[in-house]
Design a binder for this molecule. Structure first.
Ligand code: F6R
Length: 272
């Protein structure tokens, strides 16, 4: 695992978008795992800008989202399908047929979860999985006690997640679903590379547990410690509960792989 701390939310989102750009430019047919939520909005805005202004090509890539609420139609403005169309897909040249989310409306959710897993396997697995983290420590909707080897399934959300996410439903908060289909922790760990992005002080305590605490199903993001290629991108606020920040900064300053991104940060800061 590598931990990179950027000055603010914009810089963290921009670095995340640059890593996705690098993946797409090195393999046009990449299979991307995508997340929704507030944190990702600036990442998708930056990817849309890269498409518009720098020709970033999505035409051959395939995407699989982590999760979808049970019971919401794809056309429902609170569904994750709607979110993805609105925040990313309609702004880039992706083929809609290559974008996948679980169908939270299926009559047989078990069959839908099995179908989703086999569709991912059928395209050869996920090259790069993007993740956020919930305040309960969830990745996808793998709430506390989710098995660390779990696969795609339908799950109850915790009261805390329901309370936090229902604020996005505005005056319709009563419509917030209590269940979701989510990739499992095991599904996520099968991705060849993972990027977790967390910003804001509300994430500081859970980031400290996930990164520097024990691996435990009580904080499913801690399972990323087992992943062979996981990058965690934070802003200063989300990193504020960590103990080993000097070490993380030293790695970023010294690892050759990070050189292009260090230089850019230096140039941007010098220009200010
Ligand atoms: C969303 C997802 C969730 C979110 C997490 C953080 O597809 O899988 O794990 O990434 O709940 O959400 P925000 O960014 O709204 O704080």
């Amino acid at each position: 695992m590598e931990v990179v701390i950027r000055r603010d939310e914009d810089a963290a989102a921009r670095l995340t978008a640059q890593l996705i750009e690098r993946q797409l430019r090195s393999k046009f047919t990449s299979v991307l795992g995508l997340a929704t939520g507030r944190t990702m909005e600036s990442v998708y805005a930056e990817l849309a800008r890269m498409h518009r202004e720098e020709g970033l090509d999505f035409s051959l890539c395939r995407t699989f989202n982590l999760d979808e609420y049970v019971g919401l139609a794809p056309t429902d403005q609170h569904s994750y399908r709607y979110y993805m169309n609105d925040k990313l897909f309609r702004h880039v040249n992706i083929d809609a047929r290559n974008t996948h989310l679980p169908n939270g409306q299926g009559a047989d959710l078990k069959a839908e979860c099995a179908r989703y897993e086999s569709t991912i396997a059928g395209v050869g697995g996920i090259d790069l999985q993007l993740l956020g983290i919930g305040e309960t420590g969830h990745i996808g909707f793998n709430e506390p006690l989710s098995a660390l080897r779990s696969r795609t399934r339908d799950k109850s959300l915790t009261p805390e997640t329901i309370a936090i996410n229902s604020t996005l439903f505005g005056s319709e908060s009563h419509r917030m679903p209590k269940r979701a289909i989510t990739m499992g922790v095991g599904t996520i760990l099968d991705s060849r590379e993972v990027i977790l992005l967390a910003t804001g002080v509300n994430k500081a305590a859970i980031i400290a547990k996930a990164l520097e605490g024990p691996v435990t199903s009580m904080v499913t993001a801690s399972a990323l410690q087992l992943h062979p290629s996981c990058k965690v991108i934070l802003d200063e606020a989300a990193a504020s509960g960590l103990k080993e920040t000097d070490y993380y900064r030293w790695i970023f300053e010294n690892e050759p792989d990070w050189a292009p991104y260090r230089d850019e940060q230096g140039k941007r800061e010098a220009g200010k």
